[in-house]
Design a binder for this molecule. Structure first.
Ligand code: ARG
Length: 463
């Protein structure tokens, strides 16, 4: 019986059930590129330090390059009985090049190897997600540019509150997505340290050169403490949290798209490419895509809580529980990338029904706060008194079944005699929106400044 390459003291063949539970190869094969990249850097360092010969290095490098080609061409389907991607590649290498392949694992353990592969993977994916977020931000900024004068009712409690412009509304999401981007990037910076060379948990007596492998692999430096490095998975938790927060933001925008495309609102029309029909109701056009984006937030949150729970209470250092770190991360990353791309495309192709949005502003007495502010400015009334007077004005308008902006001057004066003709320019939704010129406010001039700031930020980041 062939000896299992990672079992010096296990005699018998493993039970089929054990393999099913134990083997991570069916899913950690996704790490093949990082595993090969890491092994090449490790081998180059071993040769540089004189721990293996240059001939061995040449065979290892050629062998690993060939394996990479076999995988990418589909010649090797990464199927089989191997325990994990690390053993599979080492086994394949050894069968190709013999003893040199067996020297590759000098001064290395699967504990630092998996910590390296997984961290490299997370770092690569962090960059990819970040760049997709930048594309999404640009799309939102472009929509905002076109709609700095498009009125809509800003809401609190999903009730009409104050008039804002649609560009301003989009810029709220832009700011959320910008923070999401920055959160991914700050995780990237914090975690850009190399685990390789930590070996099983305590380092190695071999004279290795961790700074060299770190720089070959694009890390800033080696990690400081080997025990920590093979034990923790907070870098994986960070990407899960970053994805959950991103998806939470996406779910809120999705929810609004669902509402806005309903018959009650009809503020937007999703492209037919992003809507589906019903199998029974011929008239239906359903917003399945934003619904799915909203729904997928649930699974990424599950992945975050899943890994937090796996890691909770584990003693140092590596425990096999930690093999459970990967599938949730793979799933969240796949979900986040797809979601950002779909949202981007859907936003770029949706139609905004300006007149529907603007006429919605005629419901809900949106300029009520403006009237109170008018009384404060005009007659020096304390705000709380003005607030109550405007409450009476709203009641009068409600009794008449109209908006406060439609009340006559006489009707207004029947409640507060000091109201004058100039109130007409106050009880006007566009004026109300444009009056909010405080920093970060909705006035078109302010919205344009925000857009300008964001465009410059985008140009700087991508330039
Ligand atoms: N497949 C393992 C994992 O994903 C690799 C590390 C195994 N290390 C060990 N000491 N058994 O965690």
């Amino acid at each position: 019986m062939a000896k299992k390459i990672a079992s010096a003291r296990i005699g018998t063949e493993s039970s089929e059930l054990l393999k099913e539970l134990n083997n991570s190869f069916p899913f950690d094969k996704a790490l093949y590129r990082e595993d090969i990249e890491g092994s090449k850097a490790h081998a180059a360092m071993l040769a540089y330090q004189g721990i293996i010969s240059n001939d061995d290095l040449a065979s290892i490098t050629n062998g690993l390059n060939k394996i990479l080609m076999e995988i990418e061409s589909g010649e090797w389907k990464l199927e089989g009985d191997d325990e994990d991607i690390h053993m599979a590649i080492e086994g394949r290498l050894t069968s190709m090049i013999g003893d040199a392949g067996k020297r590759l694992h000098t001064a290395r353990s699967r504990n630092d190897q998996v910590a390296l592969d997984f961290r490299l993977f997370v770092q690569h994916q962090t960059k990819e997600i970040s760049s997709l977020i930048l594309d999404l931000i640009q799309t939102c900024v472009d929509i905002a540019k076109d709609h700095t004068t498009t009125l809509l009712p800003g809401m609190t409690h999903l009730q009409h509150a104050q008039p804002i412009n649609f560009g301003y509304h989009m810029m709220a999401y832009v700011n959320m997505f910008k923070r999401d981007y920055e959160r991914f990037m700050s995780s990237f910076e914090r975690n850009n340290l190399s685990p390789i060379g930590c070996a099983a948990l305590a380092g190695t007596p071999h004279l290795i050169h961790r700074k060299m492998t770190a720089s070959t692999l694009g890390f800033d430096a080696p990690t400081l403490n080997c025990l920590d490095t093979v034990s923790d998975r907070d870098f994986a938790l960070e990407i899960l949290f970053n994805i959950s927060t991103l998806m939470m933001h996406i779910s809120r925008l999705s929810e609004e798209l669902i509402l806005w495309s309903s018959s009650e609102f009809r503020w937007i029309t999703l492209s037919d490419r992003h809507a589906t029909g019903s199998s029974i109701m011929p008239q239906k056009k359903n917003p399945d895509i934003p619904e799915l984006l909203r729904g997928k937030t649930g699974r990424v949150n599950g992945n975050l809580i899943g890994l937090l729970t796996v890691m909770k209470g584990l003693p140092l250092a590596y425990n096999k529980d930690m093999q459970e770190d990967k599938e949730g991360v793979f799933d969240s990353i796949r979900t986040a990338k797809l979601s950002v791309m779909v949202l981007d495309e859907m936003l770029a192709q949706m139609k905004i029904n300006i007149s529907r949005m603007e006429s919605a502003c005629m419901v809900g007495h949106l300029s009520a706060t403006d009237l109170a502010d008018y009384l404060v400015r005009k007659v020096g009334m304390p705000f709380r008194d003005a607030y109550h007077i405007v409450g009476n004005v709203v009641n009068l308008a409600e009794d008449q079944g109209i908006d406060i902006s439609e009340l006559s001057l006489e009707q207004l004066q029947s409640i507060e005699s000091r109201i004058e003709d100039d109130v007409k320019s106050i009880l006007n939704n566009r004026a109300s929106m444009n009056a909010r010129t405080s920093e970060g406010g909705t006035a078109t001039v302010r919205t344009k400044e925000q857009i300008e700031f964001m465009q410059q930020w985008l140009d700087k980041i991508s330039g």
